[in-house]
Design a protein around this ligand. Structure first.
Ligand SMILES: [Zn+2]
Length: 297
């Protein structure tokens, strides 16, 4: 049995989605001549509006930029000059479990869900793909108001890479929830998922079961420091590709952060720091991995 397979839901998180965003930079400037949403025998993707209308509305748009909101990517689109509707729009892409953005040959052709092509300033023709094996990802074309509704402050907390130490502590410290569970709450702080929560709690030496209310101010400071250090390091190494091999960069290459994992999916193996066996427990229906010796209550 392949132990990490059952826990593939660790990614994509902030580092993987940020890697996708950076990886598709070559598509910025593309004038979308063709937008195709292949409708095969697979579970259909959730799109707003419907696939046919979405394809029609994307054609003629120019990709002006890429933005990341927590674990989502938004392509900022300007409408072509001839269009009466000149207001900017955003294509909000949520990769969820197995979605990828690619500017390269995809892992399989059958799971390509969206294919955008057209000339970019640097290249005569270019392709941007959204690929999704399980089809749990979503594509939503929205205006500024719609973007605010799905990615604004009412839905997502401050980004984990940007949040200040004081704001981070204030948003979490009053909670009676276990710190691991609270870190996954995208309303509190956006971008962290199961994998990076485990890694940052290990590095901060905090037991994942401790209630937020019980954590001292110096330990919040330490947790904030290691959170941002872990996320930056994971982005530098282009995210984590687990043993299911699903997550790939925009060039269809594996990430490299998995070699640095200290506790995630390492249950039953000795802690790299103290030799104690790493444990797995379940919190809020999700696996948590930790070292019972290095991580204190
Ligand atoms: Zn240990």
């Amino acid at each position: 049995m392949c132990p990490t397979r059952r826990w593939e839901s660790g990614v994509p998180e902030l580092p993987e989605v940020e890697t996708m965003r950076r990886g598709i930079a070559s598509a910025v400037g593309m004038r979308i001549d063709q937008a195709v949403l292949p409708q095969g025998r697979l579970r259909p993707l959730s799109t707003t509006p419907s696939p046919g209308l979405l394809a029609k509305q994307l054609r003629g748009c120019v990709i002006e930029g890429t933005e990341r909101y927590g674990k989502r990517i938004a392509l900022r689109l300007s409408m072509s000059a001839g269009d009466r509707q000149k207001e900017d729009r955003w294509l909000v892409i949520e990769p969820r479990m197995t979605g990828l953005l690619l500017v390269s040959v995809p892992p399989t052709q059958e799971h390509v869900r969206l294919r955008l092509s057209g000339p970019t300033p640097a290249i005569t023709s270019h392709e941007l793909l959204f690929w999704d094996r399980r089809g749990l990802g979503t594509l939503r074309l929205v205006n500024a108001k719609g973007l605010e509704e799905i990615c604004g402050e009412a839905r997502l907390g401050p980004d984990a890479l940007m949040i200040s130490c004081e704001c981070f502590r204030e948003r979490l410290c009053g909670s009676a929830r276990a710190v691991k569970v609270a870190l996954l709450d995208q309303h509190a702080v956006a971008g962290i998922g199961n994998l990076y929560a485990a890694e940052m709690l290990f590095l901060a030496g905090i037991d994942p079961r401790v209630r937020c209310q019980q954590i001292s101010r110096p330990r919040w400071k330490r947790l904030h420091e290691v959170m941002q250090a872990v996320l930056h390091e994971a982005i530098e190494l282009e995210g984590s590709t687990l043993s299911d091999a699903t997550y790939r960069t925009a060039l269809n290459e594996p990430g490299r952060y998995q070699a640095r994992h200290r506790v995630y999916a390492r249950n039953g193996q000795p802690c790299q720091q103290c030799g104690t066996v790493v444990r797995r427990i379940v919190q809020a229906q999700r696996s948590t991995f930790f070292c019972p010796k290095c991580q204190r209550r």
